[in-house]
Ligand binder design. Structure first.
Ligand SMILES: Cc1cc2nc3c(=O)[nH]c(=O)nc-3n(C[C@H](O)[C@H](O)[C@H](O)COP(=O)(O)OP(=O)(O)OC[C@H]3O[C@@H](n4cnc5c(N)ncnc54)[C@H](O)[C@@H]3O)c2cc1C
Ligand code: SF4
Length: 321
């Protein structure tokens, strides 16, 4: 196993990606070899996420970025099998459990299959996302684009972008219930994919990189890359020239990323959360589980201090003259 901190040297692609854009670097290399890429995109109506098959580089933008809800697999495993049997090079990307599911479905080892998983602390139910999206639309306009990991204010302080509206993660109901683990699928609290890993490469956020390898941090996104197999190693060698990368230890890579090896703890409120989702008016539901009063006040205070601090600095600056 080799571990790296890395980011893709194409800035636009990196900006559209949740971490350092390593998924795109791998996908482009597979497409250049006449291969196909399977990954997760939002549906056109923005109400769900689904697997799609991509053959052209300009379609990769649909796969870029994390979609924080469980994606529909549909007939994808059968389609992957068809491509593999036709001798196509196939990149399959997704959560660890989706990769394990594919490998068990295929039941045959294919040299032309490359699997890339994301470190995954869990997925919310598609029902929660749809109800949230419908609620947001009632209060605003039809959702035509969603970015769950918008980097407009930086990679570390990411927020959600719904159409053109940026919502800091602290103020986003959806991000809050996701990050507090209220809304994950039952399997995510006892995730078997933490121990059984069948992917060739694992990608994730390299949280803590600013302290571990500060020269790899610029707040535009740095990926953690874990190369697990020889096939993974040969892909890494192909893309390495297009990356900024530094080797790290496994311990450094996962120090701030427990989701690599342990499941999310199930909060006491988890069962009640879904009962309430199905029975409460969404507005009341949102108030019950959204950002706490304390968090909102802390944020307001921070904004106030930033403004006030800026004011003091300006006065001091003027007084100097
Ligand atoms: C549900 C979820 C939970 C995650 N949890 C963590 C975590 O706890 N810690 C961490 O470090 N990283 C986590 N990640 C991974 C991280 O957010 C980035 O996706 C990853 O680092 C890849 O980033 P990138 O910049 O290389 O490429 P990106 O372009 O951001 O990655 C896109 C890749 O994500 C896949 N993808 C997007 N949405 C889904 C989905 N719903 N289901 C399956 N695959 C999907 C696409 O198929 C593609 O392979 C999570 C991702 C998802 C989707
Ligand atoms: S936490 Fe585990 S079970 Fe849940 S989506 Fe991620 S890989 Fe699958």
């Amino acid at each position: 196993m080799k571990v790296y901190a890395a980011y893709y040297n194409e800035n636009t692609v990196r900006q559209q990606s949740s971490s350092g854009g390593i998924f795109s670097a791998i996908a482009i290399s597979i497409l250049k070899d006449n291969g196909v890429v399977y990954g997760v995109a939002m549906t056109k109506d923005c109400y769900s996420a689904e697997y799609i098959r991509v053959e052209k580089e300009d379609e990769l933008k649909l796969l870029r970025g994390s979609k924080y809800l469980q994606a529909k697999v549909g007939d994808t495993y059968r389609d992957v099998e068809g491509d593999l049997k036709n001798g196509k090079m196939v990149l399959f990307s997704g959560t660890g459990c989706q990769i394990n599911g594919l490998k068990k479905f295929l039941n045959v080892k294919y040299d032309n299959l490359v699997c890339v998983d994301v470190i995954c602390h869990g997925v919310p139910s598609p029902n929660l996302w749809k109800q949230y999206a419908l609620y947001q639309e009632k209060n605003r306009e039809k959702l035509v684009a969603v970015d769950f990991r918008c980097k407009d204010t930086g990679w570390k302080s990411f927020g959600m972008k719904e159409n053109e509206i940026y919502i800091p993660k602290e103020d986003s109901f959806y991000m809050q219930v996701f990050l507090k683990n209220y809304c994950l699928r039952p399997s995510c609290y006892k995730c078997k994919a933490k121990k059984e890993k069948y992917s060739d490469i694992t990608i994730a956020d390299f949280w803590g990189i600013d302290k571990i390898l500060p020269e790899m941090f610029d707040d535009n996104g740095t990926s953690l890359v874990i190369v697990r197999t020889e096939k993974g190693e040969s892909i890494w060698k192909k893309i390495e020239a297009n990356l900024y990368a530094k080797e790290a230890t496994y311990e450094e890579g996962v120090r701030n990323n427990v989701a690599e090896y342990s499941s999310a703890k199930k909060p006491k409120k988890r069962e009640r959360f879904y009962v309430d989702l199905n029975n409460m008016n969404f507005n009341k539901f949102k108030k019950k589980y959204g950002a706490s009063w304390g968090v909102r006040q802390k944020r307001k205070l921070k904004k106030f201090l930033q403004f006030f601090g800026g004011g003091i600095q300006s006065i001091l600056y003027i007084l100097r003259f």
